[in-house]
Design a protein. Structure first.
Lengths: 139, 139
DNA sequence: ACATCTTTGCAAATGATTTGCAAGTATAAA
DNA sequence: TTTATACTTGCAAATCATTTGCAAAGATGT
């Protein structure tokens, strides 16, 4: 729990701590679903943080393993926190409204599955995206 | 086999047949791996076909179910033929060179897997992408 | 062949993301 | 703590993939 505070995460990942980064990381940690750079910017612009800084932070955090990018068909990239409390999982993207949701854990031994898939290659990450209609758009 | 000829596919999908579309569809059918709009354009530009036309064809073919888009982290979209001979499968994208390859079929009952994943939602398609280093880049 | 609807090339517009740059901020050494 | 050096940031302009407006060319039904 404590270990997931923005402040601490920056420290343990050896990332230079700045007000902007701390603020942006907070925004990511507070979000239950993956957020686009634009959405994150909306959350932090009142503190004078530029969109370019959000993008630079996302790039950095991704390299540090603090966030994971999720790529939607629309061309948008969403970012979600990556920590013990939020292990890799599938995502659902609504083809109608573009909304994104995290799906529950797969419920079977997915690691074996991925290893099997990747046995021919040196796999570093997996992205599993389901597309369809979300409940709001279905009604 | 015969059924997979561009000419025929356009007919059975009720798509107005034009020289450009036939040429572009041929390029897709001939490719073993998913191709970007740019790559396809390189293959057909000598026939005076514009990049915009390639994009328009990809959009149309996707709607008709003739091709499937595959979205890479880089922001590029690749397109692959979609027919009985080429059922949905996972893709491998090299983080180093950006190259894309099709992986062998999963080797277990993936439909049950996807149904299980999508049981909470109305799922229309699935995209499974593994990332890492391809054999050329690994050496 | 005719009239109508569709498709295409070209150029300009978009929209997300990136980059150059000068000014502001962090870090380590003195 | 002051200083020198390296990193970060806001801003504006640049990129890059993809889309769109438009007038000309092509396809379809009569």
């Amino acid at each position: 729990m404590e270990k997931c505070k923005a402040d601490n995460l920056l420290k343990i990942t050896n990332t230079v701590k700045t007000e902007a980064r701390e603020t942006i990381l907070h925004a990511v940690l507070d979000s239950e679903r993956p957020m686009s750079a634009n959405e994150l910017h909306l959350m932090v612009k009142n503190r004078g943080i530029d969109l370019a800084t959000v993008y630079r932070a996302m790039k950095l955090f991704t390299e540090k393993g603090l966030v994971r990018p999720v790529h939607a068909d629309s061309g948008l990239t969403f970012y979600e926190k990556s920590c013990e409390h939020n292990p890799p999982h599938a995502h659902f993207i609504c083809e109608n409204c573009g909304g994104i949701e995290c799906l529950k854990p797969y419920g079977f031994d997915e690691s074996a599955f991925f290893i099997k898939l990747g046995q021919q290659k040196e796999v570093s990450s997996v992205e599993l995206i389901l597309k369809g209609r979300c409940s709001s758009c279905a009604s």
